[in-house]
Ligand binder design. Structure first.
Ligand SMILES: Nc1nc2c(ncn2[C@@H]2O[C@H](COP(=O)(O)OP(=O)(O)OP(=O)(O)O)[C@@H](O)[C@H]2O)c(=O)[nH]1
Length: 805
């Protein structure tokens, strides 16, 4: 009670707070003085001063210091934060959708979860737009609920009158664009606002059910409360309906403040109490104000005024603290008021006309009641603003935090996954880089080694072929003896015989060389190829081996050496000599003698190198036989007794011609000398023997002897020619081996190159993937920081708007 009185005095004196109260007088006497000062009969100056105080108070209420501005600013702030949350959620979802392309990082369920936040935030924003401060008025019929609302709105918007007037729930809310209209529940049709008198009035024909709602949209600019998002709900009297539960469920659950409008002329009824009991059961600690309306009536009985007020106040406080348990004593004292709604409304209408408000007074003590009503409004505004911020925005703030927190932890998970994935890719990149470098180094080493190997193998082949061919040349006589085509000295037959013999020698030599060398050479080549392939296999990564295995495989056809001896051309210049020559004839003797001398000179002197440069079409290099190992000398070498073979040949020809030319005279001289020396009998005997030998040799000069002679001449000729191509043939063979191995190695190198190129491509792909992953991580960090920023914003919001309460 004392608090109530202090409150009244502070309003009158224009001072607020406990200090103001302390500085002024306290107690009943002071109140009496105030009442005296504020009576309608007070002087004009006093009225004018009080009017100024009222005007100042209204100005204060309508400026930015109005408690309702807390809600307005909080709503704007949370709206701004939710704008950022929506932007953040959209940005994150777009990013996650892009990441979803890589299923290893974000799966479908995760993506859908992110998308669900877009809808969630959009839904919260929608609710946020509709959030307002809602006050609901209850009380018995005709207690003046509609009048209180009208007084607060400063216009007679809701129907009021004696008896049961309000038939249904009427909600008054601000409209934009200066338009006033109303809408029935479940309809979007805008009705003329004058219809409210019919729709909501119980006395009219066209009445709605008591639980239905009519929404009245009133221009915001016409009332500061509406402009600041306060919504008023008027109800039918609690004494006319049994459906109180439905009322509460349909219209009260989101109310921030309840105002119980009592009739100060009577006392609180059971119906009124019952209604609020139900409300306090359904809502946790509802904010309830009690207005003892029609207090102007107390002016008629001033002697009982204070005692009635005390009684009402005590009962109301007990109701709030002891019965409903929704407030403590101190809070309850701030929630009970004694007002006159009718008077306040009239005063404000006068005020709107530019008249002093006291023109609306209907009884003595107007200004106290008027101030009390303003005090109620002030307390109500503080309460509804704080309550609405808490009940509505705390929930939004918590949900915003939960959304940003959930998203941040999901982003953290994705970040960790990307980190693992990135490390994996980085390891792969490092391994691949090392492998490429290793492959290049090993490739250089293998190339060096393989070149050396090919070189050695080629030299070995050359040596082997040379040796084998020389041996075959030594055995040429055997090969020619094996040739058994019928021999005939006739020119045409002999030409065919020579052709066949050339072919026989060529194929015989070829097959003998193959038999001796091919197997070993092929094995050597194959083993070299296998070694190359194995070394190259080691350079190609296992996973690429299957791709490149066909290229790496050793050729299926074994290597075969080709010995192109070409005896047809080689021995084309062979000319046989099948003339009969008596072995004891003078020419033969001289030839034999010169032959022996030549043989002897050959044994003791370096061989004369035939400088003839053409054998068939081939180029011949200096030849050295196994015997002729001495260095080549191009000068004629002196024979026995300083006579060269050419000189001996000239001498023999000269001797024969001189014998032939002297004819019989010479023979007779020789015969005469011999006859005289050894006697004619011995001479005849020698002659007979000589003749017999001649005859024998002449008779022995048969076809087979000619064949033997032919073959002997051929062997000598072919031996000479073949020896000249030994080096050429072995060089040719080694060249074949070199070609074979080089081409194999080149093929393998190409394969390794392809594998290296593939690895480089893979490296590029890995680098690109790493760049993308790095960019993703940067973006994730950014998004995480944004989530933190939003959380901070919401923390600050709670600290500024919710925590202080
Ligand atoms: N003297 C006086 N009369 C009042 C006051 N408040 C309201 N009235 C009158 O009481 C009657 C009922 O007022 P309403 O505002 O309609 O009351 P209500 O509680 O809304 O009534 P229902 O709508 O029927 O529930 C009207 O004639 C008002 O003029 C007041 O403070 N003093």
């Amino acid at each position: 009670m004392a608090a109530y009185l202090n409150r009244t005095i502070s309003l009158v004196t224009g001072q607020t707070g406990p200090s103001g109260n302390d500085q002024n007088s306290t107690g009943t006497d002071s109140v009496d003085d105030s009442r005296h000062n504020l009576s309608l009969q007070s002087s004009a100056s006093s009225t004018s001063a009080n009017y100024n105080a009222i005007t100042d108070n209204r100005m204060y209420q309508s400026n930015d210091k109005s408690p309702l501005q807390i809600f307005v600013r909080a709503k704007k702030k949370i709206n701004d934060i939710y704008g950022e949350i929506e932007e953040y959620v959209l940005e994150t979802t777009t990013f996650i959708n892009a990441l979803h392309a890589d299923a290893e990082i974000v799966d479908k369920a995760e993506r859908e979860l992110f998308e669900s936040y877009v809808h969630k935030v959009a839904a919260i924003r929608e609710v946020l737009q509709r959030d307002h401060m809602k006050v609901a008025f209850f009380g018995r019929t005709s207690n003046g609920k509609s009048s209180v609302i009208n007084a607060m709105l400063r216009e007679k918007i809701l129907p009021s009158g004696i008896g049961h007037t309000t038939n249904c729930f009427c909600q008054v809310e601000g409209s934009d664009g200066g338009e006033a209209y109303l809408m029935k529940e479940g309809s979007d049709e805008k009705l003329n606002v004058v219809n409210i008198k019919q729709l909501a009035n119980a006395l009219c024909q066209e009445k709605l059910s008591e639980s239905s709602l009519v929404r009245i949209f009133w221009p915001r600019e016409r009332c500061s409360l509406l402009r600041d998002d306060v919504v008023f709900v008027d109800s039918p009297g609690v004494d006319v309906s049994a459906n109180l539960d439905d009322w509460i469920d349909n219209h009260c659950l989101n109310a921030d403040v309840f105002v119980l409008v009592l009739n100060a002329e009577s006392t609180m009824t059971r119906a009124e109490k019952q209604f609020f009991h139900t409300v306090s059961q359904k809502l946790s600690k509802p904010n309830i104000f009690i207005l003892n309306n029609r207090w102007d009536a107390s002016a008629n009985e001033p002697e009982f005024q204070e005692s009635v007020k005390s009684q009402h106040t005590e009962r109301c406080i007990d109701f709030l603290t002891k019965e409903l348990k929704v407030s403590n004593e101190k809070e309850a004292q701030e929630r009970v008021f004694f007002v006159s709604a009718r008077e306040t409304l009239q005063a404000r209408i006068e005020e709107a006309k530019g008249n002093p408000p006291h023109l609306g007074a209907i009884a003595e003590g107007f200004q106290i009641r008027y101030f009390e009503f303003q005090d109620f409004e002030r307390k109500f505004e503080e309460c509804i603003s704080q309550s609405a911020v808490k009940t509505k925005f705390q929930q939004h703030s918590s949900r915003g935090k939960s959304v940003s927190g959930d998203m941040r932890s999901m982003l953290d998970n994705i970040y960790e996954r990307i980190t693992i994935f990135r490390n994996l890719k980085q390891d792969q990149k490092n391994m691949l880089t090392e492998r490429i470098q290793g492959t290049e180094t090993q490739m250089m080493q293998v190339t060096r080694e393989m070149k050396m190997k090919i070189h050695n193998l080629v030299e070995e082949v050359e040596e082997k072929v040379s040796k084998a061919l020389n041996e075959e040349i030594w055995r040429l006589g055997v090969l020619i003896d094996e040739f058994n085509m019928p021999f005939h000295p006739e020119r045409l037959v002999l030409n065919i015989y020579k052709k066949e013999l050339n072919a026989h020698v060529e194929s015989g030599l070829g097959s003998n060389l193959r038999a001796r060398l091919s197997m070993a050479l092929a094995m050597n080549v194959e083993s070299a190829q296998t070694e190359m392939t194995d070394r190259m296999h080691a350079l190609v990564p296992n996973e690429q081996l299957s791709t490149h295995s066909a290229k790496l495989a050793v050729r299926t056809q074994p290597f075969e050496m080709l010995y192109s001896l070409n005896c047809q051309n080689l021995c084309a210049d062979f000319q046989e000599d099948l003339e009969f020559k008596f072995s004891w004839g003078i020419t033969a003797m001289i030839q034999r003698f010169t032959g022996k001398v030549r043989e002897r000179s050959k044994k003791h002197t370096p061989a004369l190198v035939n400088r003839q440069s053409s054998i068939g079409h081939t180029v011949v290099t200096p030849v050295s036989t196994p015997v002729e190992t001495t260095p080549v000398c191009l000068l004629p070498t002196p024979g026995v007794a300083g006579i060269t073979p050419e000189q001996l040949s000239v001498i023999s020809r000269f001797a024969l011609s001189s014998i032939g030319s002297q004819g019989t005279v010479g023979g007779l001289v020789v015969a005469g000398i011999m006859l005289k020396t050894i006697g004619w009998r011995v001479l005849v005997g020698i002659g007979a023997l000589y003749g017999c030998i001649y005859l024998y040799e002449r008779l022995s000069w048969t076809n087979s002897t000619k064949e033997r002679t032919f073959k002997g001449q051929y062997v000598r000729h072919a031996t000479k020619k073949l020896k000249m191509i030994v080096d050429l043939t072995s060089a040719n063979c080694s060249h074949q081996v070199q070609q074979e191995l080089s081409s194999t190695f080149a093929r393998l190198c190409r394969t390794v190159d392809t594998a290296t190129t593939d690895m480089n491509e893979e490296l590029k792909t890995l680098e690109a993937q790493l760049n993308v992953l790095e960019a993703n991580q940067k973006q994730l960090k950014l998004l995480r920081n944004k989530a933190n920023y939003i959380q901070n914003e919401l923390d600050i919001f709670e600290h500024n708007y919710i925590a202080p309460q």
